[in-house]
Write a protein that binds this ligand. Structure first.
Ligand code: 3H9
Length: 648
């Protein structure tokens, strides 16, 4: 069956795109649209055309999977202008999302209607490219330039009500979209039609606006190329005529499409979409999740509870005593209050989130809970006691999860009745914000429980990655290697500040030493001490020397750096130089690129070992862990992707 079909309702034609899963603009769709214009232009019985899409969404954009191949005609800019200059006016009727090329097609239509829950936008920069079919050139002719700049340089879509406010769409439709669009078309024919956007004048924008905005976007983009190039297209769209601006945008699009950053971002795009549906679980039914419980109301537990509430699940929060329950609830209140302060949640919604949490000290409250997540101290005995109680009170089919980050989940689950329903669910702090979820099955975990872990990730909007059992799973194991390599550089005479600056330059928000100062050096220190106490041979790290000297990071006024009271800016420390002096052998200076190569190379080599041991299933999963859990710059594609040509 054709992906573009035409139906007629009196003098209105309805063109339907049906190209699952998201009606992407593959060559067949582009050709179908051009053919539809020519057929309908030649049909004297047709006065206007409604464009709708079948399935879950309007056109989600160009077909990203075609970006590795040469562009095939008809090219999208030509398709859009064919629609725009058609003899019969086209009306886009949007449900779901009109994104990228999809919104560019809508911009080529004379009118744009949308359901209230639809969203529209130009997310191209998130794929390392700029709009390539006139998005920048038409948008500045349609809406306020400042708003357009924000939409295009961030790539964030907007919901229909905001789109209406901005003038990006003409009307919000309640009820049957197709029928309403046909009625709208009939009505529109009785009035003069608006001019196509390509024939409208561009606004005059003061140069100072562009200069200021360029500086702001460059600061935010931190090495990412596309946002600045998109801004340049928008600027050009206001400074030259339509045709020249189209040419400039298209040339920029084609250049960036072939860039390393775009390849990296496409890799992440497809990795993220593959992650929630691992091949081994196809056909496995997840268990129903109607409610959940969290054991432990500390930072991690409260964060997990907040994430569960954000997904709409009622939550029971278990703590040891009433005071701890109160502290846990207070932690949750703080999380929701923070969301209100940042404008992410209304007061009423925050109240409702909190009202859905029941604090208790009594495990008997968990008798009908579908999922329990343990987030107590990282101590085996404490965790075992928790699971002993859970094994007694929970339904035999309840999923029981540990949030351990370093302990062996098998040891935690020892003695648990029905060990098939036990699993590791490793959240990252703050758990209601960080998107990564490492899912760690034991050899006993059954498929339904594993599938439930993935279903939970989908509910919470997290990126799930299956990890095997080893110390630190995927992420913390690589982190340890990364930090060790950073210390090795310091040991060979590279300045601490030079290492941090190199990694910031690479695209991390912070370097490895600044990040440790923020989080505290003592957590990893205590782990090493624990391992030493257990008789393992753990050589002394430079971090150990600092912690022993009382330098645990910002919270003690110093770690790898000194900090002035009330000031979070790191200052290179003479004391650190003195403390570490005996361990530092001055060597040849390294430039920033060489430092980043060393550190990212070390991460990737650890990743290779993780793959070889079967701890991760695919290299792309390791990339997702680093991007979503550890701040690896997304536009570099992750350590495995970015080093793919250098590793053997
Ligand atoms: C562009 O348009 C450039 C133009 O300016 C210029 C051109 C000249 N292509 O996300 P989901 C697949 S750039 C190919 O789970 P949801 C996806 O891989 C594009 N495939 O669904 C997955 O496949 P599978 C700008 C795509 O309901 C399946 O569809 N557009 C594309 O959660 C379902 O995806 C964007 O960046 C695509 N464009 O969310 C929009 N999109 O089933 C990207 C999706 O095999 N898309 N797939 O794993 C989205 O944001 C979401 O898919 C959407 C639906 C919100 C639409």
């Amino acid at each position: 069956m054709s992906v573009v079909t035409i139906a007629r309702e009196g003098n209105i034609a309805v063109v339907t795109i049906d190209n699952p899963p998201v009606n992407a603009l593959s060559q067949a769709v582009r050709q179908g649209l051009v053919d539809a214009v020519s057929e309908l232009d030649g049909d004297p019985d047709v006065s206007a055309v409604v464009l709708v899409c079948a399935g879950r969404t309007f056109i989600a954009g160009a077909d990203v999977s075609e970006f590795d191949k040469p562009p095939q005609p008809p090219h999208l800019p030509d398709v859009v202008s064919t629609i725009e200059l058609a003899a019969k006016p086209w009306i886009a009727a949007i449900h779901g999302s009109a994104l990228g090329g999809g919104f560019e097609v809508a911009l080529g239509c004379r009118f744009c209607l949308a359901t209230a829950d639809a969203s529209v936008g130009l997310p191209e920069v998130t794929l390392g490219i700029v709009p390539g079919a006139g998005g920048t050139v038409r948008m500045v002719r349609l809406a306020d330039v400042e708003a357009v700049v924000d939409l295009v340089t961030t790539g964030k879509p907007v919901r229909a009500p905001r789109a209406l406010e901005l003038g990006l769409i003409d009307r919000i439709i309640e009820g049957d979209l197709r029928a309403a669009a046909i009625a709208f078309a009939r009505d529109a024919l009785s009035r003069p039609l608006p001019q196509p956007l390509s024939l409208r004048p561009a606004p005059t924008v003061p140069v100072a606006f562009w200069v200021e905005t360029e500086a702001a976007v460059a600061k935010r983009a931190r090495g990412e190329v596309a946002p600045l190039r998109a801004l340049a297209c928008l600027r050009r769209a206001t400074e030259t005529d339509f045709a020249a601006a189209m040419q400039f945008e298209r040339a920029t699009f084609l250049e960036l499409r072939a860039s390393e950053q775009a390849a990296a971002l496409r890799h992440v795009f497809f990795a993220e979409r593959a992650a929630p549906r691992p091949a081994g679980l196809s056909g496995v039914q997840a268990l129903p999740l109607r409610n959940a419980a969290v054991i432990g109301g500390g930072t991690m537990g409260a964060g997990i509870a907040a994430a569960l509430r954000d997904a709409g699940l009622p939550v029971i929060l278990i703590e040891r005593d009433d005071a701890a329950v109160e502290r846990g609830i207070a932690n949750l209140r703080d999380i929701f209050a923070g969301a209100v302060k940042r404008g992410r949640l209304s007061e009423a919604a925050a109240e409702a989130r909190l009202a859905g949490v029941t604090g208790s000290t009594d495990y008997a409250a968990l008798a009908d809970t579908d999922l329990v997540i343990e987030a107590v101290f990282e101590e085996l005995l404490v965790k075992r006691q928790v699971f002993e109680q859970l094994g007694r009170v929970c339904r035999p089919d309840a999923v029981l999860a540990t949030n351990t980050s370093y302990l062996d989940p098998q040891a935690i689950a020892e003695g648990l009745p029905n060990p098939g329903r036990f699993i590791g669910l490793h959240f990252f702090s703050p758990a209601n914000v960080m998107r990564l979820l490492e899912i760690v099955p034991t050899p006993q975990t059954d498929d339904a429980t594993l599938a439930t872990g993935f279903a939970l990730a989908r509910m919470l909007g997290k990126v799930p990655v299956r990890a095997g059992i080893c110390e630190g799973f995927i992420g913390n194991r690589i982190l340890k290697r990364y930090r060790a390599e950073a210390e090795a550089l310091v040991g060979q005479g590279v300045a601490i500040a030079a290492v941090d600056a190199a990694m910031r330059g690479y695209g991390f928000a912070m370097g490895p030493f600044e990040a440790q100062d923020l989080g505290g050096l003592d957590i990893a220190f205590l782990q090493r001490e624990g391992a030493r106490a257990a008789g393992r041979d753990v050589p002394e790290t430079l971090g150990d020397i600092l912690v022993r000297a009382g330098r645990k990071g910002q919270k003690t006024g110093g770690g790898w750096y000194d900090y002035k009271p009330g000031d979070r800016r790191p200052v290179p420390s003479d004391e650190v130089t003195r403390l570490l002096g005996a361990r530092i052998e001055p060597g040849a200076a390294l430039d920033a690129e060489a430092i980043a190569d060393r550190l990212v190379g070390a991460m990737a080599r650890e990743g290779e070992a993780i793959l070889a041991e079967g701890i991760a299933e695919k290299a792309a999963d390791i990339d997702l862990v680093e991007i979503h859990g550890y701040g690896f710059p997304r536009w570099r594609g992750g350590p495995m992707f970015s080093t793919r040509s250098t590793l053997t």
